[in-house]
Design a protein around this ligand. Structure first.
Ligand code: PLP
Length: 450
């Protein structure tokens, strides 16, 4: 059966050829699944598309619906699938492990856990070499914030406005967008001005924004803090790369106040920025703790906190463990992911293809008034739509329209930012130049029809 991959007759480019067809789908219809979702799954505000897609297969940078139609996955499971969907090496590593043992606890030894911890530590700078495994980014950040509080004996933590660090009580306190917050107790976090080069009050002057952190320490705390947490490129917040020179100045203030610096690499880690393996490296700093999830397991639930032996020591004061954190099947996936990134030079691909993609998107900005900003690096790119460039008025409805139309052309992208007017382009790092060109052509065509 021939599968139509492009629903618009007027649009001539074709998705790059790809030598894979998924097996025929024999499961329930999209309508049946939707009915079950409505009846049995928690109601969600997460409706990107008018009609949610029924995704039944994935292979590398592509997804397939129940009819076998192929889509370019330029959202990557929310910046999670780094090696590509169902990468054979990752599957092999998981399968080998699952055939031996699916679960064991910290009571026993298992090499899959120790091997991955060692490999992860080898990717870290400085003395960051002690790993605690978790199941998600939220858990990793909860743990890092708790460690900072235990280590310093202080409660105050500083995070950035517009940040997203998770959705449990502690991390929701660090998250700083009203869209993502419930009105429940979230104490001890102060939110500093966001060093946002596009919308922030000081433009690209990172050092000026950093003074706000010193102000918060001086006027909002006892002068001593537990720590500071931030992403290097805010993901949920709309792909905002912190203004240059921001983190070195902030880290100096935090250290002076006795606090620990936590880098949240849940989205920006594992080579996604292209230029560096970790996002914080783009600002030349070395944190006291690094938290990670998403790309670490290529979609397998896994997270981690990596810190120094000196800081990690605080957890020996009590029994501290996490039942599933560091499950051998997940860590086997993690080890394969690190190997694939290295073997297939995915960080370099993120740099080369990501730079090309950014260049082409930036050229679209010259063509269409509605594009207010193109930003990010590697395979973590943002395109912000505004209805007035001077006023930077968010063009939210247009953003949804473009996403819907691009879906019809076979391209899936994400959206984010406080106003929901930023396209988030975070594909698997194996995206090719032809894929990138197709994505831009589809966006160009869609914008030309508005
Ligand atoms: N930190 C960042 C930067 C994130 O983007 C996210 C999720 O999007 C989290 C933490 C929370 O991770 P999780 O959804 O795995 O709990």
């Amino acid at each position: 059966k021939e599968v139509v991959e492009n629903n618009n007759e007027g649009f001539l480019p074709k998705l790059p050829p790809f030598d894979y067809s998924p097996p025929p789908y024999t499961g329930p219809s999209a309508a049946d699944i939707l009915a079950k979702r409505k009846a049995y799954l928690s109601p969600s505000l997460f409706h990107f598309y008018n009609k949610p897609l029924n995704i039944v297969d994935g292979k590398m940078q592509y997804l397939f619906d129940e009819s076998g139609r192929r889509y370019l996955d330029a959202f990557g499971g929310i910046a999670t699938v780094c090696c590509g969907h169902c990468h054979p090496d990752v599957i092999k590593s998981i399968t080998n492990q699952i055939n031996r043992i699916q679960h064991t606890t910290v009571v026993y030894l298992n090499h899959a856990i120790a091997d991955f911890a060692e490999a992860l530590a080898s990717k870290m700078p400085g003395n960051l070499k002690v790993v605690f495994f978790t199941n998600s980014g939220t858990e990793a950040n909860e743990l890092a914030m708790m460690i900072a509080r235990l280590y310093t004996g202080c409660n105050d933590i500083i995070s950035l406005r517009n940040a997203y660090h998770g959705n449990a009580a502690g991390t929701m306190g660090a998250t700083a967008q009203s869209n993502w917050k419930f009105n429940v107790v979230q104490t001890g976090v102060h939110h500093a001005l966001n060093p946002d080069p596009y919308r922030g009050v000081f433009g690209s002057d990172g050092e000026k924004y950093a003074k706000d952190v010193q102000d918060l320490i001086d006027f909002g705390t006892s002068g001593h803090v537990a720590g500071f947490i931030s992403e290097a490129i805010q993901g949920v917040g709309g792909i905002i790369e912190l203004a240059p020179n921001y983190l070195p100045a902030v880290y100096a203030s935090i250290k002076k106040a006795g606090g620990l610096c936590i880098a949240d690499e849940v989205q920006s880690g594992f080579g996604r920025t292209g230029s560096h393996f970790w996002g914080f490296e783009t600002q030349g700093v070395v944190p006291d703790m690094v938290t990670m999830a998403k790309g670490i397991g290529n979609g397998i639930p896994l997270g981690a906190v990596v810190t120094t032996p000196e800081v990690a020591e605080v957890l020996t004061r009590r029994c501290y463990f996490n039942t599933f954190g560091g499950n051998p099947v997940c860590t086997a996936a993690g080890l394969a992911v690190l190997n694939v990134i290295e073997k297939e030079k995915l960080q370099n691909n993120a740099f080369v293809v990501g730079s090309h993609l950014k260049e082409r998107l930036t050229a679209l900005k010259d063509k269409y008034e509605i594009i207010g900003d193109v930003r990010g690096r590697g395979m973590m790119l943002g395109v912000e739509l505004v209805s007035d460039r001077q006023l930077k008025t968010p063009a939210k409805a247009e953003t949804l329209h473009v996403m819907e139309q691009m879906k019809e052309l076979g391209v899936l992208i994400g959206k984010g930012g406080f106003h929901g007017n930023v396209f988030r382009i975070t594909p698997p790092l194996c995206l090719t130049k032809d894929d990138a060109d197709y994505l831009v052509d589809a966006m160009d065509y869609t914008l030309s029809k508005m």
